[in-house]
Design a protein around this ligand. Structure first.
Ligand code: FAD
Length: 633
């Protein structure tokens, strides 16, 4: 077996997007020796692609905003299935985390009086997204990387080694977590260098998963190649559980034309800045799709909706800014009814609503994207857009305060973690989520590592050899299945049968197809050397995509209601009873995937008091309503 390099750390962070970098900074600041690992180049993560901004109740644009309004919007957006404690911590701490970024050098767009500017986004009552044009993620990653370098410079000065406290391993993919065979606690992580093919073992008592999402399991997606659900699968195989995997967000506006760019994101900022959705008959159709639960907050006429942009205190919000699940379903329905655009989407028009100068100033990346990829000038013409798989609300089950998973020593933050966003995430809430919980995860992992001391048992040689043998299997077979063909079949299955609108028989068909694909993935063949071999890399990712896809499909079959990012045509209504249920995925090599139900944690009375009773009555059971303070029989 080939040589394997062993590294020893206190905390290993898998993923160098916003959540991973923030966790690594927190762990290093606690004095723990920390490694941060990324499958992609350092700096290339989904966080860098984020356009619209980070939601935080800074109250810079509207003084009425505060954490309790942000909390309420988040719970409404998640259709009351969020972990209330996570939503509370997120709303309370995101202003501090955004201000901290500014302190570390981030240059946000400004208000006229020089404070961080904030923009409107769907589901947020007030303008709340701190942003940098439509390139917010880039500035965020730049700032976090700069902070990493600053800490490394401190270590160079104090210890003569810039990597003494914090080292980055870029283009390194983790294929397996290692747990202690007696205690079940985390002992480390095993992986390979993409460039050289060399194997690496990281021995550490605490591991933070910050690997992002799962979008590459779907054919039409805004996600890029590294979103193969690795963290979700690593957690499951290590014995941790996943929460509510049925909730997958289909962003309403992805590019639909030309086919080579199908799914690439069109930021919600276009609608936040005044863009409207039109069908082929030129109708602003979203007025017909405001559900009862949101009717009180959304405008009924175009005049009222348009007035909101300049005078939000005296107008209700435009229906284009409903939460994403509502807008995505509405677009789907218009296309199905034959009122779509020539390439199967609808029109998103900002050209007739804003001056070319303003569009160029506020949406420069969108202008560039459409000009380069579709030869469309968005200052003069409408864009064609349609739903695209964008984000997974389901994820690793964690403790709200510490981000600890159900396996000792394992932590998760950012998109890979579940609970925070309930059944549907509001735009802008991911960037703030990954700062808040990245920080908490890094801090908790460091505390755990410190408590274990530095006298640690080495991972046995035989365990490591077995992991290397498994990784190498696709290279060593003489023949077998092509990884690219298998990937396409997984994506088609998920897009066609577990997509935006689902039915029981279709999901059942998807599960059977995934099972057959699993047999073929077991004999996948990726010839060539270990040094930069993308076919081999994909072959290893396939089993993660399969496991996660099966978790999504099984959870989708289990939940017999429609809510947020899970729409069942055969159970079209939300159910009050299902609202109290978390669908939890478990895995073991003997039984494969199994599911259980857990009660959603209760919302504390003072948080419930932030909602009108009439609104609560739309979601809560009679039993829950009867227990509300002030309830009289
Ligand atoms: P990421 O930033 O994706 O980082 C994941 C990291 O894990 C990467 O470094 C990757 O290389 C690494 N990794 C994965 N698997 C492995 C492995 N096996 N081994 C080692 N490393 C691994 N959200 C907002 O709030 N506001 C927005 O405006 C916004 N715009 C968006 C625009 C686009 C186009 C997209 C795709 C998403 C957008 N989102 C937005 C969502 C948001 O960007 C993501 O949810 C968020 O950035 C996820 O951050 P993360 O740190 O969890 O993961």
């Amino acid at each position: 077996m080939s040589e394997i390099t062993r590294h020893h750390y206190d905390v290993v962070v898998i993923g160098a997007g916003g959540a991973g970098l923030r966790a690594a900074i927190a762990a290093r600041e606690q004095g723990q020796r920390t490694a941060v690992i990324s499958k992609s180049l350092f700096g290339k993560a989904h966080t860098v692609m984020a356009e619209g901004g980070a939601a935080a109740a800074l109250a810079n644009v509207n003084p009425n905003d505060d954490w309790s309004v942000h909390f309420r919007d988040t719970i409404r957006g998640g259709k009351f299935l969020n972990d209330p404690r996570m939503a509370e911590l997120h709303a309370q701490e995101s202003p501090q985390r955004v201000n901290e970024l500014e302190h570390w050098g981030a240059l946000f767009d400004r208000t006229t009086d020089g404070r961080i500017s904030q923009r409107n986004f769907g589901g947020h009552e007030y303008a709340r997204l701190a942003h940098v044009g439509d390139r917010t993620g880039l500035e965020m990653i730049r700032t976090l990387q700069q902070r990493v370098v600053q800490l490394q410079q401190e270590d160079a000065t104090n210890h003569g080694d810039p990597e003494a406290g914090l080292r980055v391993f870029a283009e390194t993919t983790i294929t397996e977590l290692v747990t202690d065979s007696d205690s079940g606690a985390v002992a480390g992580a095993f992986g390979y260098s993409r460039e050289s093919g060399a194997y690496l073992l990281f021995e550490a008592p605490a591991v933070v998963l910050a690997t992002g999402g799962i979008g590459k399991s779907f054919r039409v997606t805004s996600n890029s190649w590294e979103y193969t659900g690795d963290g979700h699968a690593l957690a499951l195989r290590a014995g941790a559980s996943l929460l509510n995997m049925e909730f997958v967000q289909f962003h309403p506006t992805g590019m639909v034309w030309p086919p080579s760019v199908n799914g690439i994101l069109v930021t919600e900022s276009v609608r936040g800045d005044g863009g409207v959705l039109l069908n082929s008959q030129g109708e602003r159709f979203m007025f017909s799709y405001v559900p009862d639960v949101f009717r009180a907050q959304y405008a009924e006429t175009e005049a009222e909706a348009d007035g909101w942009y300049t005078d939000p205190a005296n107008h209700r919000r435009p229906p284009e800014l409903l939460p994403r699940d509502e807008v995505a379903r509405a677009i789907n329905a218009e296309v199905k009814a034959g009122r779509g655009s020539p390439h199967g989407g609808v029109y998103l028009d900002v050209a007739s609503r804003k001056s070319p100068e303003e569009i160029m100033r506020r949406l420069p990346s969108m202008h560039h994207q459409f000009k380069e990829l579709a030869d469309v000038d968005i200052t003069a013409e409408a864009m064609e857009v349609g739903p695209t798989c964008h984000y997974v609300m389901g994820g690793v089950q964690v403790d709200a305060d510490t981000a600890a998973a159900t396996v000792p020593g394992l932590y998760a933050a950012g998109e890979v973690a579940g609970g925070m966003h309930g059944s549907n995430r509001l735009g802008g809430n991911s960037l703030s989520d990954l700062l808040v919980f990245g920080n908490r995860a890094g801090y908790s992992a460091a505390a755990y590592a410190a408590a274990t001391g530095r006298d640690r048992t080495a991972i046995p040689e035989a365990t490591v050899d077995e992991l290397a043998r498994r990784a190498e299997a696709p290279l060593r077979r003489d023949a077998g299945e092509n990884p690219y063909e298998l990937h396409t079949e997984i994506q088609d299955t998920m897009n066609r049968l577990v997509g935006i609108i689902r039915t029981g028989p279709e999901i059942t068909e998807a599960i059977a197809t995934l099972r057959k694909l699993a047999e073929r993935v077991a004999v996948v063949h990726a010839p060539g050397p270990r040094a930069y071999n993308p076919g081999w890399h994909l072959a290893l990712d396939l089993s993660n995509m399969l496991l996660v896809s099966e978790a999504i499909a099984r959870s989708a079959l289990e939940r017999e209601e429609s809510r947020g990012g899970h729409t069942r045509d055969d159970f079209p209504e939300p159910s009050r009873d299902w609202r109290r249920v978390n669908v939890v995925t478990h895995y073991s090599p003997e039984s494969g995937i199994t599911l259980s139900h857990q009660d959603l944690p209760e919302m504390r009375p003072e948080l419930l008091a932030l909602f009108d009773r009439d609104e609560l009555a739309k979601y809560l059971t009679e039993d829950e309503l009867g227990r509300l303070p002030g309830h009289s029989e």
